[in-house]
Ligand binder design. Structure first.
Ligand code: HPA
Length: 248
């Protein structure tokens, strides 16, 4: 089954057929909210709003372990994360959709591992390619079928937040090789890998990162939601196609 984690701007997945909610508990506490089950294109999917139903959970407060565990416990195999980002690369202007292929983690103090294996050994996982390539390719195919332009790769810098970055921090992220910046990509991706889930993301560029483009003097947060609302229609269309492709 496909799991979808919705970020800012995607707190609900409209159009789910036969929707039903299920509140779950995990050994790591409660997820951000109830899981929403339903069918898209006749196939069962489950949706979870990362920031909670009222968008009250900040990026550093999200219980990433409970969220990923809850999806895994419902027999989810593939997880698509939808997340808003600031664009660092000049091509990544507001409104662009990206399927990132790499991550750099700048977060700190988050619970970033499920811990030890049942035999007590430390859990080390390979993370050379942090996103599941087969799901990335299916997302790109779904976007092509939906007729939506989407950037096929890019490096996602995960920052701690909740404040946005300084212009100098963005310069540094760029020197490090980052193309976009967001606050929720980690530890979500690593936790998914620990549980063997196939995890990929659609990043929605909602602003020029600090010190770039129209954000030279300031990042105008007030503009985010309009860009986001328009882009989310396209994200939904990609997700619909993705579900249709599944099992082809
Ligand atoms: N920085 C960090 N996270 C973000 C941004 C940004 O500019 N835009 C949306 N999420």
């Amino acid at each position: 089954m496909l799991g979808i984690i919705g970020g800012s701007g995607l707190d609900r997945l409209d159009g789910l057929e036969a929707p039903r909610k299920k509140a779950v508990r995990t050994p790591y506490g409660r997820p951000s909210g109830a899981l929403a089950f339903g069918r898209m294109q006749g196939r069962e999917v489950v949706f979870l709003a990362r920031h909670g139903p009222r968008h009250a959970i900040a990026p550093h407060e999200v219980n990433y372990r409970a969220n990923i565990w809850a999806l895994h416990a419902q027999r989810v195999k593939d997880v698509v994360s939808v997340a808003s980002v600031g664009g660092i690369h000049p091509d990544l202007v507001p409104g662009t959709l990206v399927v990132p292929d790499q991550i750099i983690d700048y977060t700190h103090g988050r619970r970033a591992t499920f811990g030890r294996l049942t035999d007590g050994a430390v859990m080390h996982v390979d993370f050379t390619r942090p996103y599941c390539e087969s799901l990335r390719q299916r997302l790109l195919r779904a976007a092509a079928v939906a007729g939506e332009r989407i950037a096929v790769e890019g490096t996602y810098a995960a920052t701690q937040g909740p404040r946005l970055e300084t212009a100098a921090e963005i310069d540094r992220l760029e020197r490090d090789g980052a193309d976009m910046v967001g606050m929720t990509g980690m530890p979500e991706a690593a936790l998914a890998r620990e549980l063997g889930l196939c995890y990929a993301a659609i990043a929605v560029v909602v602003n020029h990162a600090a010190g770039r483009g129209t954000s030279i003097e300031e990042v105008r947060l007030a503009d985010f939601s309009e860009v986001m609302q328009r882009a989310m229609t396209r994200v939904r269309s990609v997700l619909n196609r993705l579900v249709g492709l599944d099992g082809d």
